[in-house]
Design a protein around this ligand. Structure first.
Ligand code: SF4
Length: 403
């Protein structure tokens, strides 16, 4: 199979989206966030190209403005009535990103050795006896002339910055590191730093990947490819709805969104009834939330008054409320662990916990994961999960389980 990091990431976020994009090859027009990302990336590349001098900030801004004017024509706006406002917001954000970036990263301060460098990595899978190709493009590769160390940099236009632990496990950086160590097999894998540059924060986060990460990335990529191949055989690519649906251009083709896009003329009386039921549900939910908030306020008022007046019971029209202070005893298991072990009762104290096991699973070596997965049991349960919209598809709020 020939694949890329972005295709694997798409599969991980939603197998059905992967099918639309990579198997059925359905091309959809780009939304504003994707076009914004492309133009900002192009402007940053232009900034580091010497011809014969590096471009000034004004030239970078001119480049960005010209490309924005050309490309913004092709954007498909999710809500045409917000087009003008959103276009202005994105354009200005791009200007500010580039100005701040240029101020902190004057191009002559860096030794850039490659921009948008393509790679194509052969990955033999001993389990299936096949060899796959993993291709991609690395935004920027720098080399420190003094230490000889390389830095792989990927620009991000998203807001959320990862924690250190997440960064160490970042698949994209792992794949790029794998590609470059394959390109230069005699180089020590420890001679690379991998970085994500968060343009909206103007901050770079970096990690020095270990040899173990290389092995882990390789195993993970092969495991994902095997999974995809299995789905290709059975033809079952399930949808995986998440907040990312808000940015998915395949919503209109997706069964999870079929009801939202049901044509007006095909709606029946049952649709009207369901619409009413949903409205009713959210009305009740709203008043429930209000009640919970009000109860918390009442509790705080009562406790403050009882403390101030030194009272343990207060009376009102509907009854009375008593304050009880109870001692709740719990054992600090962590502190007690050495003793419990020496007393030979530790194994009995440790209750098997599926939650803990699920968390642990992805960090275990693949053969152990496979053994554990033999104990998997499947149970079909029906859950209705309400999701409250706060104004737009991008802005959904997950709620507690209903059933
Ligand atoms: S809308 Fe959501 S569930 Fe449907 S294909 Fe896109 S990401 Fe997957």
């Amino acid at each position: 199979m020939r694949t890329s990091y972005s295709a694997l990431e798409t599969y991980r976020s939603c197998p059905l989206k992967y099918k639309f994009q990579e198997v059925d090859k359905i091309r959809m027009p780009k939304g504003v966030a994707a076009v914004f990302g492309t133009i900002v990336h192009s402007a940053l590349n232009y900034m580091f190209e010497r011809n014969p001098l590096y471009p000034t900030l004004d030239e970078v801004i001119d480049f960005y403005t010209t490309h924005w004017k050309e490309k913004s024509e092709s954007i498909v706006w999710s809500s045409p009535d917000r087009k003008e406002q959103e276009e202005k917001m994105y354009f200005e954000e791009g200007l500010s990103v580039l100005k701040n970036f240029y101020k902190k990263n004057q191009p002559w301060m860096f030794n850039v050795v490659e921009l948008e460098g393509r790679f194509s990595l052969e990955l033999p899978d001993e389990k299936s006896g096949t060899t796959h190709t993993l291709a991609g493009i690395i935004d920027r590769l720098d080399k420190d002339p003094e230490t000889g160390r390389y830095e792989i940099i990927d620009y991000k236009t998203g807001k959320r910055m990862p924690s250190e632990a997440e960064l160490a496990e970042n698949l994209q950086l792992g794949v790029y590191h794998l590609a470059l160590t394959a390109r230069w097999p005699s180089m020590d894998p420890g001679n690379f730093t991998t970085s994500l540059y968060f343009l909206k924060h103007n901050e770079k986060v970096s990690v020095v990947p270990s040899r173990e990460t290389l092995v882990h990335t390789r195993d993970f990529v092969l495991k994902t490819i095997r999974e995809i191949e299995k789905h290709l055989q059975d033809g079952n690519f399930p949808p995986m709805p998440s907040p990312l649906c808000g940015w998915c251009s395949y919503q209109k083709l997706c069964p999870m969104w079929a009801h939202e896009f049901k044509e007006e003329e095909t709606r029946t009386a049952s649709d009207a009834e369901v619409a009413e039921a949903i409205r009713g549900f959210f009305d009740i939910k709203k008043s429930d939330d209000k009640n919970k908030k009000r109860l918390a306020e009442i509790r705080a008022t009562l406790l403050q008054y009882m403390q101030q007046e030194n009272l343990a019971r207060v009376f009102g029209e509907g009854g009375y409320i008593t304050k009880n202070v109870q001692e709740r005893i719990s054992i600090d298991v962590e502190r007690a662990e050495p003793f419990l072990k020496s007393a030979g009762v530790w194994e009995q104290v440790l209750e098997p916990s599926e939650k803990k096991l699920q968390t642990l699973l992805s960090s275990l070596p693949e053969p152990i994961q496979e053994e554990i997965l033999k104990f998997e049991t499947k149970k079909m349960i029906t859950v209705l999960k309400p999701t409250k919209k706060k104004g737009g598809a991008d802005d959904e709020e997950e709620d507690s389980l209903l059933v």
